[in-house]
Design a protein around this ligand. Structure first.
Ligand SMILES: Cc1cc2nc3c(=O)[nH]c(=O)nc-3n(C[C@H](O)[C@H](O)[C@H](O)COP(=O)(O)O)c2cc1C
Length: 502
């Protein structure tokens, strides 16, 4: 027998032994899983269908991935579809986002906004940029805000350090404000030098004393920073009205614990409302207090459920004098985003911005407060069409959280509550954060804001106005269930100011 034949024979022997060994291992593994499945009592599927029952969980997990990448159509995925994500992605990267052949958007669904072009669009040389708007004219330090689009509240804690740093630098480049979210103010928010809105959540993170109550000295100290332009009292947020912030213990690092004034590594759950605000009078008192201590515009953020309390609020403001009004109201949509929230609140409570924005605008108008109280709208307004609709409906400013997350590279992996965000945006895992380059991503934040301004400019000029702030209800129609569209000013006619408040 030749040496070659002998070696081949030995090789085949080895491979067949290895094969039998591997099969044995798989069988042994299956037997162990079988024993584990039939002897456990927690899971009925695994107990009744040992071993193969596990494939259900594997396929459920893989299904999410396959649907996202292979099966979901461009306009199907939720909360944001691929076409929207692609638009933000390309805008942020500064690459061409013009489209070819024709729109893939289905414009038939009820509620779709369509903008009313004029036969004589505004000539480019007649177009102007949107003028600045002054918020809080009665404060010691009113805020003159330029940008129509701004960064909505997301706390340092829900967001990673590089994400906060990139947003801060990006906001400075874009000339917009950044809201700190309810997790307190950190050096990372200040780093880029942008305008900041500090949010005061129900746990008063960053401005609380040892008992968790508002600490006026800390508030005054923060307010003395020139970068701090406004204070926002968080009453509720669209994704979880009636529930306080939730930061899982895995995300409470020692730095975050220090900034917030809480224990490291433990779940951080805020009260489900401000303990000191249980009625309209107390809300106005709290706003007045914050404004007096800080000297800066103060307003509140809420998801709207009904209009009756807003009418009572306006009556009370008129009784106390219009100086007592909140300088702004941020209206969040019930389908807003969050770091973590329970599903019943996320899915089923509160009104969408499509309904609540015109409602709040009209109430302020009826009570003669529309000029006094500025309106900030948020909730899936991440493309020029969404932002232009909000301007038509009466918003003064738009804020976005997830739009800016997408500009940082978010892929909608839906893991903000897990500390395993694959793009490093909502995780404190240093390894995952490596993918988020602060300098590069800050430019993307700026690009995204610029593309929104550019896009709403295009829509405005097509409608025949000089700049986006001139858009009003007669520039937008809403598709109805019969397929026809009706102008916003017919659906929501401008209300008369009530006789008493003229
Ligand atoms: C990761 C994450 C963290 C958030 N943290 C806060 C917060 O601290 N305070 C708050 O009022 N809203 C918070 N929000 C809600 C946003 O500020 C915003 O109101 C909501 O997501 C709607 O805007 P969007 O549709 O553009 O995301 C958070 C949202 C996300 C996605």
């Amino acid at each position: 027998m030749s040496l070659f034949t002998e070696l081949t024979g030995q090789g085949l022997d080895f491979l067949s032994s290895l094969f039998i060994f591997m099969v044995g291992l798989v069988v042994l593994f299956a037997i162990l899983i079988f024993i584990s499945d039939v002897s456990q009592t927690k899971d009925a599927i695994r107990r009744n269908y040992p071993v193969i029952g596990r494939f259900r969980y594997i396929f459920t997990t893989l299904g999410e991935f396959f649907r996202q990448y292979f099966f979901a159509m461009d306009r199907e995925e939720m909360p944001f579809n691929r076409a929207e994500l692609e638009w933000v992605n390309k805008s942020s990267r500064g690459i061409d986002n013009t489209m070819a052949f024709g729109s893939t958007k289905n414009i038939s669904p009820t509620g779709t906004p369509l903008f009313i072009n004029t036969p004589f669009p505004t000539l480019d040389e007649h177009a102007t940029s949107s003028p600045a708007v002054v918020i809080g004219p009665h404060c010691r330090e009113p805020y003159e805000a330029n940008s129509v689009i701004n960064i909505s509240g997301m706390s340092y804690g829900a967001l990673s350090k590089p994400a906060v740093r990139a947003l801060s630098k990006g906001a400075k480049l874009a000339g917009c404000w950044m809201n700190t979210g309810e997790g307190g103010l950190s050096e990372h928010h200040l780093e880029g030098g942008c305008d900041l809105v500090m949010q005061i959540g129900t746990a008063k993170y960053g401005v609380r004393n040892a008992e968790g109550k508002l600490d006026n000295d800390k508030l005054k100290e923060i307010a003395s920073l020139p970068q701090l332009k406004m204070f926002e009292i968080k009453m509720s947020q669209g994704a979880k009205p009636g529930k306080g912030g939730i930061l899982p213990g895995a995300k409470v690092t020692s730095e975050i614990a220090k900034i917030r004034g809480i224990a490291k590594g433990k779940d951080s759950i805020s009260p489900n409302r401000h303990p000191e605000i249980s009625n309209i009078k107390e809300l106005l008192d709290f706003i007045k207090h914050i404004r007096e201590v800080t000297g800066k515009p103060t307003g509140f953020k809420a998801v709207i459920g009904s209009d009756d309390w807003l009418k009572k609020l306006c009556e009370e403001i008129q009784k106390c004098g219009i100086e007592s009004a909140p300088d702004f109201i941020t209206i969040d949509s019930c389908d807003g985003g969050t770091g973590a929230a329970p599903m019943p609140l996320m899915d089923d409570v509160g009104l969408p911005i499509k309904e609540s924005l015109p409602m709040v605008v009209d109430i302020l108008m009826q009570y003669g407060l529309r000029e006094r109280v500025k309106i900030i709208a948020s909730g899936k307004l991440i493309t020029p069409s969404g932002v232009a609709w909000a301007l038509c409906s009466g918003a003064d400013f738009i804020t976005s959280a997830r739009g800016f997350m997408f500009s940082l590279g978010c892929i909608q992996a839906m893991k903000c509550n897990k500390n395993t965000c694959p793009t490093g945006i909502t995780t404190h895992d240093k390894h995952l954060q490596k993918g988020l380059n602060v300098e590069e991503k800050s430019v993307r934040v700026k690009n995204f804001a610029n593309k929104i301004h550019y896009g709403i400019g295009l829509i405005s000029h097509s409608c025949g106005v000089k700049h986006p702030r001139e858009l009003s209800r007669h520039h937008c129609r809403i598709v109805q269930s019969d397929g026809k569209s009706i102008a916003l000013d017919v659906l929501y006619p401008q209300p008369e100011v009530l006789e008493k408040y003229k």
